[in-house]
Design a protein around this ligand. Structure first.
Ligand code: NAD
Ligand code: DAU
Length: 347
């Protein structure tokens, strides 16, 4: 793995992954970060990385669906490994406007696979989600053999991309690995997702919109633990295999929001307790009730375990958002386009 193409490296998980890989891991090669910089992609998430790792990091603004761009990257940088994060990732947006999800998540993955097939790669690692398995009842866990049963345009598009990756392994022998992870949280998450949205609304004393009755359950994993799992799978995972990644941390949404409220009350107390801001709103259509991941395979075969507890990870995350108000303000106002222009000469 000398020249790794990371797609979507300016998003939440991709930017955490790049930072960890370059500064804390045993990876010694070069990263070529291909990102379209959609509303969710932000160069500021990797501020300082290109200066610190001049010879080992390249950013290319471009679309994974664009054949010329991807072809050129293979030629120019001798790409031998792909770690594929790029996606439209927000379920609510997929309900309102599914087309971008079909294009990027399905056609974009197909385009990358085609160039991996034409040029040959050492590894194509595909980042996917536990949402492809659908919704659980009160008991049971998602294992790697749980049948796919996606319920939103987002999860259906991710399921389609997983199946394409699998097919390219079976048909063409492309060395692939796939990881299906549960809900991530931590630094640099775009504030449309539950945890950063609640932290920032709470901080500003705005309403905290909880869908339905707040009883839906997600399995939370600190982003750093996800990134470490991905690197372990890339290095030691069996080619052609899928690995589930989960936090073993099932929590109801309302309990997550109340924990955030308690932290906000401790760190920046308002006149009234933050939980008074909780507002129950209309439910998400097709809202999956419960996700819970069995990551025994990853734990057994690759000796991975989450290191962060939800309590410690959440406290770090709340503090991170409070410490990064300028990042938040730029994201929210769209002013980060100006920031990028000032810092990178307008891309
Ligand atoms: P994100 O929305 O924060 O980032 C996505 C990145 O992809 C952005 O930088 C965006 O600019 C880029 N992108 C989008 N379309 C592109 C295109 N056509 N060409 C090039 N770049 C494009 O997403 P995230 O939360 O970091 O998720 C990353 C991956 O992990 C996704 O594949 C997602 O399905 C998966 N995943 C996310 C979670 C989670 O909780 N966030 C959990 C499991 C799996
Ligand atoms: O499970 C992995 C998935 O987790 C990833 O594949 C997705 O990319 C990621 O966005 C996430 O999907 P969710 O839909 O679970 O995450 P979200 O943060 O949007 O919502 C988490 C839960 O909180 C969900 O049950 C809906 C609820 N919710 C969300 C928002 C934004 C609310 O109650 N209020 C809100 O305002």
């Amino acid at each position: 793995m000398k020249n790794m193409l990371v797609t979507g490296g300016c998003g939440f998980i991709g930017s955490n992954f790049i930072r960890i890989l370059l500064s804390e891991s045993d990876f010694t090669g070069r990263i070529i970060n291909l990102d379209k910089l959609t509303y969710a992609g932000n160069l500021e998430n990797l501020d300082g990385v290109s200066d610190q790792f001049k010879d080992r990091y390249v950013f290319v603004k471009g679309d994974i669906c664009d054949s010329e761009t991807v072809s050129e990257l293979f030629k120019s940088y001798g790409v031998d490994t792909i770690c594929h994060f790029a996606a439209e990732s927000h379920v609510d947006r997929s309900i309102v406007q599914p087309d971008a999800f079909i294009r990027t998540n399905i056609n974009g993955t197909f385009n990358l696979l085609e160039y991996a097939r034409l040029n040959g790669v050492e590894l194509f690692h595909h980042i996917s989600t536990d949402e492809v398995y659908g919704s659980l009842g009160e008991t049971g866990l998602f294992t790697e053999t749980t049948p796919y049963s996606p319920n939103s345009p987002y999860s259906a598009s991710k399921a389609a991309s997983d199946l394409l990756v699998r097919a390219y392994f079976k048909t063409y022998g492309i060395p692939v690995t796939i990881s299906n992870c549960s809900n991530n949280y931590g630094p640099y998450q775009f504030p449309e997702k539950l945890i950063p949205l609640m932290i920032l609304n709470g901080f500003e004393r705005k309403a905290l919109p909880v869908y339905g009755r707040g009883v839906n359950i997600r399995d939370w994993l600190y982003v750093r633990d996800h990134c470490i799992a991905i690197w372990k799978i890339m290095k030691h995972g069996k080619r052609g295999e899928t690995y589930n990644i989960g936090g073993d941390c099932e929590i109801r949404n309302i309990d997550v929001v109340e924990m955030i409220c308690n932290l906000l009350d401790e760190i920046c107390p308002g006149k009234t307790p933050a939980r008074e801001l909780i507002t129950f709103v209309k439910d998400r259509p097709g809202h999956d009730m419960r996700y819970a991941v069995d990551s025994q395979k990853l734990q057994r075969e690759l000796k991975w375990r989450p290191e962060e507890t939800f309590e410690s990870g959440l406290a770090k995350t709340v503090q991170w958002y409070l410490d990064h108000t300028e990042w938040v303000n730029r994201i929210k106002s769209g002013a980060y386009t100006q920031w990028i222009s000032d810092h990178y000469g307008g891309i």
